[in-house]
Structure formats: structure tokens, C-alpha cells
Design a protein around this ligand. Sequence first.
Ligand SMILES: Nc1ncnc2c1ncn2[C@@H]1O[C@H](COP(=O)(O)OS(=O)(=O)O)[C@@H](OP(=O)(O)O)[C@H]1O
Ligand SMILES: [Mg+2]
Ligand SMILES: [Mg+2]
Ligand SMILES: [Mg+2]
Length: 312
Amino acid sequence: MSVFAAERTVAINAVLRASEVCQKVFKQLVSTETITKKDKTPVTIADFSAQAVVNTILYKSFPNDPIVGEEDSGDLRDEPLDEEKLLDAIDRGSYPGGSQGRMWTLDPIDGTKGFLRGEQFAVCLALIVGGNVQLGVMGCPNLPVDFNAPEGERGCLFIAEKGQGAFQRNFSSTEETKIHVSDISSVSEASFCESVEAAHSSHDDSAQIASLLGMTKPSLRMDSQCKYCSVSRGDADIYLRLPTRADYEENIWDHASGSILIQETGGEISDINGKPLDWSLGRTLKANKGIVAANSKIHSKVIEACNKHFNK
Ligand SMILES: Nc1ncnc2c1ncn2[C@@H]1O[C@H](COP(=O)(O)OS(=O)(=O)O)[C@@H](OP(=O)(O)O)[C@H]1O
Ligand SMILES: [Mg+2]
Ligand SMILES: [Mg+2]
Ligand SMILES: [Mg+2]
């Protein structure tokens, strides 16, 4: 039985509303409204708006729940936009995270670069309780609803609750379809799903790991946590994120909803050393390096190959 039925409904509504806002902004003003953040990554008015929408909706239903959100209004305060309410809603996402109690984590637009190119991005929201991800909802406005019909309908929602399985719903309908990861057991037949940007996940290393595993299929490359969605419905077999810098710590909002989606579709997820992801340490996964997600039959083989490759 669903333990988080109310949270599920509210999260779906929030993600759908934020996804609509992103689509509207894209059509109207995306090209003129890009700001470069201190860490040199881009952020748009859509990222801020989507965070404000989700935070506002969550606050209405769960006023005591803190939020670990990617954006803060610091980058906006210099802009002509001075709506205190909007800025306050954005800053409701400044919670430092940790192991105690419940919290939401939000990436209002994951894959901002994909969003700017009109390609893949996702609105990602997850509920973490006592350091465990319990619920994940992801909106993917540009993802084809059917991998085999890339020119067909786009826009899908992915929902996963601990112990309840995971579902895809198209933006055009409320019907939910149960999804699962691919069930291949021969890793040489598998394909990777990885970042477009080699700066976020090393393509050289992944090519060498593929060759260690005898894999020959081309990688499916796309921006954002849509990668998790693709693997969770079997479009590709292995989500791979390989560290490019020793000092980079993955953010919890970049992986929380994706991780529960993988687990609830029959997959396993860990870092590249096979270590479980630790959500209890604050805003980042500071105890982990990189990410590997795949069905349980091939996950350990990928970890073995990562070990061999990185410790050679
Ligand atoms: N060096 C480095 N290594 C790993 N990850 C990084 C790095 N720098 C940034 N980021 C985060 O990557 C998020 C986007 O990841 P993607 O998988 O979509 O990357 S890519 O767009 O396909 O290149 C991106 O999320 P968004 O800012 O929400 O788009 C960042 O949080
Ligand atoms: Mg960002
Ligand atoms: Mg992100
Ligand atoms: Mg983001």
C-alpha cells in the first residue's frame, strides 16, 4: 500500500506545472535570459520559475517540509525582477540536507544545457526520509513517449515510490503504465546511456570500459536525468556517470529521483566502486564517486570493469 499517496499526488502536480512553465519560457524568452552562475554553469529564468512553482506548491500542502533545491535567488537579485514573493519561494530551497527527518530535493531543470538547445531536460523532485529516497517524480517535456517512435508524441512523467514499482505517464493523459529496466544478462549486448558533455562524464573512460566488457553498441547520449528514465524503461541498459575531476561531488538533486526510478524498475544503482549512494550527508553525495545503474544481472559486471579500468 502506498505510504506517500498524498505526497505522490502533490509532487506529480508540482512537476507537471513546472514542466509547463519551462515549455512556455522556452517558447518565449529562453535566448535572452541566460545567466552564467559562479560555477560557470548556465541558469535561465525557467530554472528559477520552475523552482518557485514547485516550492510554492509543496509549501501549500507540506508547510513544514524543508527543500534542498539547486537554485538560490542570489543570481537573480541583480536582475530587474524584484518580486519578493518569488525570490522567497526560490530560497525556500536552501535547506542543507542531512540524515534527519524528511526533506524534498528539487532540480527545477536538470540538463539546463539540453533545455537551451531544445533537447532533453527534466524537472526532478524527490522525497527523502531519514536519508532514504522514498518517492521520485520526473517530468521530461521533450522525451518521446515511445523510444521506438522518436518523431511521435513527446512529454512524459516518471513516478516511483519505494516498494510500489515505477510508472510512466504521458503529459497528455493520466493513465499510468508500469515500466521496468531491460532484462538482458549478457553485458556484451548492453548499451550505455551517458551525458552529452564529456565534462560531466568521461567519454574516453566509458569507451575503454565498454571495450573491457565486449560492448559494441553505440552509447545513447542525452542531457539530464532523462538518462535514468531511458534506462528505467529499457531504451538503453546501463546508466554510466564517470568522474572527470577528483574534487567534484555529485548533487543529491541530480540523482535522487533517478535512483529510486532505477530501483523500482528492477535495477541496481551504486557509485563506480559499487558503494550505495549516501543521501544523508548534506547537499552532495560526498561519500560517492560517479554512478553506475543497470539491471541486477549486469550491474556487478560493470562495477568489476570500472574497478579494473580505474585501478590499472
Ligand atoms: N564536472 C561535473 N561533473 C559531473 N556533473 C556535473 C559537473 N558539472 C556540473 N554537473 C552537473 O551535471 C548536471 C547535468 O548533467 P547531465 O548528465 O545532464 O550532463 S550533460 O548535460 O549531459 O552534459 C548539471 O545539472 P543542471 O545544472 O541541473 O543542468 C550539474 O549539476
Ligand atoms: Mg544547474
Ligand atoms: Mg542538475
Ligand atoms: Mg538544474
